[in-house]
Design a protein around this ligand. Sequence first.
Ligand code: KG4
Ligand code: ZN
Length: 340
Amino acid sequence: MLVLGIETTCDETAAAVIERAADGSGTIRSNIVRSQVDEHARFGGVVPEIAARAHVDLLDGIIERAMKEAGVGFAELSGVAAAAGPGLIGGVIVGLTTAKAIAMVHGTPLVAVNHLEAHALTPRLTDRLDFPYCLFLASGGHTQIVAVVGVGQYVRLGTTVDDAIGEAFDKVAKMLGLPYPGGPQVERAAGNGDAARFALPRPMLGRADANFSLSGLKTAVRNEASRIVPLEPQDISDLCASFQAAVLESTADRLSVGLKLFREQFGAPHALVAAGGVAANQAIRSALQDVADKAQTQLIMPPPALCTDNGAMIAWAGAERLALGLTDTMEAQPRARWLL
Ligand code: KG4
Ligand code: ZN
């Protein structure tokens, strides 16, 4: 089956066509992502109104390119899938409404996909992974540990009680005067820094649940930074290194607990899967490898372009649902919040 996927929940306007064979394997026929980073950079973060308008401007062209590159006509599609949330509601409305229009005009089945479910199912496209497995999703908007038990069967084992990890990286970058998006900047600065210079808190360490908390750590960075005047590049690097070390230690601890909870409820996972923009961080990647080794499971990270927001993951989640006969009606609603 051929499925078109549309992603507009944040600041990427994306569309892709994937093909799913009867044996459950998938092929990406096209995957077009237009990042709006330039539109938002001068505001130091994503501005929802600007994102929504940019999706309106860009989406038609992106879909056209995705269909053309895939060499597929609308009449050949087995389904059209759109991320119906969670996300910035203006953008979600643009994507879902466009998918409904295509579905209506061409009589194509519609699938309203949960964006988080799409992240969760991506390793089945890239690595043909079997259920169950443990997902660590860490992006600018989400930080979750999820047991992926089957299509539509997700059990949240842990989540952040305040900021998402990527959000914390972005806020720390902003307070230290580094440009948006801050994650890669903080990682780069940390590379030249002394992680032992500042004694920052390790949030939630040793707790029996698998939840995260980042806001106290972020505040601790702000307090340390405010005591240094003027703030020199070396101070910034040391703060970034100390912050990143604290995130690593806390993340490793939270994930080990998450994997323990997973085992208790579902037995051994087939893998620990990391997704979301934060998984692009090399230091975090190696920390995750340690966690997986200790838990005697494999670490799977879909390639970066499929870890961050894209249309292929939405198309794939749509195809997985379609294969089970799960479609949606024109009544499907866009949702700003939508738990897995
Ligand atoms: O998944 P993603 O592209 O978009 C969503 O938020 O859905 O993730 C973006 C987030 C941003 O907060 C960004 O700062 C963070 O991932 N990020 C990083 C790195 N690269 C991206 N955080 C830490 N280190 C990085 N190298
Ligand atoms: Zn995402």
